[in-house]
Each structure stands twice: as structure tokens, then as C-alpha cells.
Design a protein around this ligand. Structure first.
Ligand code: SAJ
Length: 423
């Protein structure tokens, strides 16, 4: 059987590149999306997300006539679900988008179809949530309707490269399902493809991101210890990482994005005893309070004007989802600080974004929260101009990303997370 037609549910950070990639590899792809504006933009050949290479890929897919976006699915050979799975207020997975995508596919499913779930989900979701819905089609699961879980593993900023180059894990509900899914992915994946069962594949995705969260929590713990014993954690981690079996990640203002702060909870949801995972979340979320404490100590009681540099959840992206900056600003505002925000990449944010000069005018301290290249590359003359506008020349680098010598030359008192007392 040759699979040619594919419906991709959700044209977001993963669905859009996946749909475009499949379309440029010969499949006829219909992207199913609930947002009419996104549908229109994509049908005009424009990506609605900033991601290197994505716009070109979407344009190529639309020009090939193999990609269309619509609000309704059609009959196809393969259905791929790439919808969001956010956390609800009780830190449990909200699977409503997955359920509604699966339900909307039911009337279009026919014998020998393959349904692939790509969204990150708690272990056993394919078995316990997706399959019961798919059974409503009347098709026998595993012999007439095939099902696989294939997690995306691409990192924002390198999505197009990693979608092709990364190894891929495919978890089938049986061997035939896994092999069918492999047939699809191997058309564009250059990495290795590993086959396993669906629940293992769900778990693999979660433990990858949880590993990163726990590792970052350890780095953050080391940063706080280093501050107490007056050493520079960044130098210490760099030296420790010279060991062939050590790879400690970087401390920072906390872990943002839409994946790493969310996925560990999907494990805890299933197994609440997972203490290390919960503690790591707590440590990473606590970094905002820690930065606030450093600021309080730096500024004393009287002064209250703060400038935030970088509200994206990490360097060189425009994405503010889950950004620690939001939580720090919320905290500062509740403590009556005056906060101004500058981010050269971000266009939309919960708080007003200022231009550089307005953001630093009369400020008493800049806090760097995202390691954008623009901050790293600032020249002495630019920094001196910034200094002239400020009431006090303090800067706290929570990413250790600046050229500190230049900032000091421009008269700044430089503090670094994990090295807070050394200037
Ligand atoms: N961070 C640190 N210190 C570090 C590395 C990151 O504080 O040493 C922070 C970042 O600043 C950011 C957060 O962690 O706020 C997450 O950033 P990230 O670059 O670690 O990851 P994401 O969320 O952009 O993408 C991750 C990736 N997962 C892994 O590397 C295991 C990506 O491959 C996944 O596909 C993605 O999550 C996802 O969609 O699950």
C-alpha cells in the first residue's frame, strides 16, 4: 500500500514544519487548523512563526501545490496529530486538543489508515485516551486502523535542521503500525529511526526533557552554593565539564518554553512519588525569587527602577511562552518596583515593550534574562550611552552572557548570577 495523502492536525511550532516537510517530500498534505488567520496566512505561503528556514519551506510547500490549510479534515491515508498539550491549573495535562483532533478525524477514517500522535503526552495516553476515541470509527485497531506515537524532538531555533538530522523514535501499538509510521518519516529523516512500543516512546520524550530540567536544577543549585562560598560557578562548571563523563548545564533565571517546564509534570501526574522531578521543578521555579533577592540586596530599600533585557524564554528566539521574565516582572510589580522591558526580538508581550533608550532611562539596574546575541555584542560606546541615561549603573547578568569587562569599563557595577558578590 502506498500512503500519499496526509492530514496534519495543528499548524503550530511542530505541525507547520512537519506538514511543509512532508509536502516538499511528495505527499499531498492538508493542514487542519482552528485559527482562520493562520489558515489564510499559510495558504498565501507565509509562516506565522519565526523560525530560521521555515518561511522558505512553507513557500516551497505551497508552491508545490502539495500543502493546503483548512479548518476541516478530509479522507487521507495518514492522520498526524501535532496539537498543544498544556498544563492545567493543577499541573495535570490538558488533553482536550488531542481528544478533539482525534474526534474530528473519526468520520474520515477508513480501513488501512494510520494515525500518528506527535504531541507530548503522559505515558499511556495513546493506549488509554487515543485508542478508545479511534475505536468509535468502527475499525479494528491494529488490523484495520494503525496507530503510532512519534514524539517531536526539535529545538526551537533549529527546528528545520533537527527535524531532518535528529534520530527519531517511533512507538507503534504493534509492529505493523510502527513500520507504517517509519515509511512516512524515513522520506525526510536523515537520522536513525528506532522502533519501540507507544508507551515507551511517550516516556522517552518525557525523560529527555526531564533530564534537562533536573540537570539545569542542579546547575542552579550549584550557582546558589557558589554565591555563598564566593566563587564563580561558571568557571567551576566549565572546569568540571572537562571531565569526560560530566556535562552540567547552565544556571539561569529558570526554565521557560512550552516543553521543559511542562513535561516533567506529565510523569508526576502518573507517578506522584517522583520526588527528584518535583524538587527540580521547585528549584528552577525558585530562581525568579532568587534573582529578586539579589536585586533587593543590590538596590537596597529606596531605589526601585528596573530594566529587563530579554523576555524571550531563551536567547535568540522571539518566543515568550513560559518565560521566567514574566514571573520576575509580576513579582517586581507586586513589590512596587517600576519595571521597563526591552527585547529586540519579541514583538508581542504581556507588558509594554520599550525601545532601548526608553527602557533604561532613569533605571537603577538592568537585569539580563535572555542571552540574545544583541546583548552579547554591545559595544563600549553603546554601553556608555546606556549608562548616561541611567540613574545608577548596575547590571545583573543572569545568563553570564555579557562581555563584563566592557560593561565595567563603561562604569557599570556588574553582578553575575552564580557569582553575585564578585564585581
Ligand atoms: N536553559 C537553562 N540552562 C541551560 C539550557 C537551557 O537555564 O543550560 C533554559 C533555557 O534558557 C530555557 C529552557 O531552559 O528557558 C529550555 O530551553 P532549552 O533550550 O533547553 O529547550 P527548549 O524548550 O527550547 O527545547 C527542548 C529540547 N529538549 C531537549 O533538548 C532535551 C528540544 O529538543 C525538544 O524538542 C523541546 O524541548 C520540546 O519540544 O519538547
Amino acid at each position: 500500500m502506498k500512503m500519499k495523502k496526509i492530514c496534519v492536525f495543528g499548524l503550530g511550532y511542530v505541525g507547520l514544519p512537519t506538514a511543509s516537510m512532508l509536502a516538499t517530500h511528495g505527499f499531498e498534505v492538508l493542514g487542519v487548523e482552528i485559527d482562520e488567520n493562520i489558515i489564510e496566512r499559510i495558504n498565501n505561503g507565509n509562516a506565522h512563526i519565526e523560525e530560521p528556514g521555515l518561511n522558505t519551506l512553507v513557500k516551497a510547500a505551497i508552491l508545490s501545490n502539495n500543502l493546503k490549510a483548512s479548518s476541516k479534515p478530509i479522507q487521507a491515508d495518514v492522520f498526524i496529530i501535532c496539537v498543544p498539550t498544556p498544563l492545567d491549573s493543577e499541573k495535570k495535562s490538558d488533553l482536550s486538543y488531542v481528544k478533539s483532533a482525534a474526534k474530528s478525524a473519526i468520520p474520515y477514517l477508513i480501513k488501512d489508515n494510520l494515525v500518528i500522535l506527535e504531541s507530548t503526552v503522559p505515558p499511556k495516553t495513546t493506549e488509554e485516551v487515543l485508542i478508545p476515541i479511534l475505536k468509535e470509527s468502527g475499525l479494528e485497531i491494529g488490523t484495520e486502523l494503525f496507530v503510532a506515537y512519534c514524539p517531536e524532538r526539535v529545538i526551537p531555533g533549529r527546528v528545520i535542521v533537527e527535524m531532518v538530522e535528529n534520530d527519531r523514535i517511533i512507538g507503534g501499538i504493534n509492529e505493523k503500525s510502527a513500520l507504517m509510521a517509519k515509511e512516512i518519516y524515513q522520506t525526510f529523516v536523515e537520522g536513525n529511526i528506532f522502533l519501540t512500543d507507544a508507551t515507551t516512546a511517550e516516556f522517552v520524550k518525557l525523560i529527555e526533557n526531564t533530564y534537562r530540567d533536573v540537570n539545569i536544577a542542579l546547575a542552579n543549585e550549584f550557582a546558589k552554593v557558589a554565591e555563598k562560598i564566593h566563587i564563580n560557578v561558571w568557571n567551576a562548571i566549565e572546569l568540571a565539564n572537562r571531565h569526560p563523563r560530566v556535562n552540567i548545564l547552565k544556571p539561569g533565571p529558570g526554565v521557560g518554553g512550552h516543553c521543559i517546564p511542562v513535561d516533567p509534570w506529565f510523569i508526576v501526574e502518573k507517578v506522584p512519588q517522583a520526588d527528584l522531578i518535583k524538587l527540580s521543578r521547585k528549584i528552577n521555579e525558585g530562581m525568579v525569587q532568587h534573582i529578586f533577592d539579589i536585586l533587593k540586596e543590590t538596590l537596597g530599600k529606596e531605589k526601585r527602577n528596573i530594566t529587563i533585557f530579554g523576555v524571550a524564554y531563551k536567547g535568540n528566539v522571539d518566543d515568550t511562552r513560559g518565560s521566567p521574565a514574566k514571573r520576575l516582572i509580576d513579582l517586581l510589580l507586586t513589590k512596587n518596583y517600576d519595571v521597563r522591558v526591552y527585547d529586540p526580538l519579541v514583538r508581542k508581550f504581556r507588558y509594554e515593550l520599550k525601545n532601548l533608550a526608553d527602557s533604561v532611562k532613569d533605571s537603577e539596574c538592568i537585569v539580563v534574562l535572555a542571552d540574545h546575541d544583541e546583548f552579547k555584542k554591545m559595544r563600549l560606546d553603546e554601553i556608555s550611552e546606556i549608562g548616561k541615561l541611567m540613574r545608577k549603573k548596575n547590571i545583573l547578568d543572569a545568563r553570564n552572557c555579557l562581555n563584563h569587562e566592557i560593561w565595567k569599563l563603561a562604569g557599570f557595577d556588574v553582578r553575575i548570577l552564580g557569582n553575585a558578590r564578585m564585581h
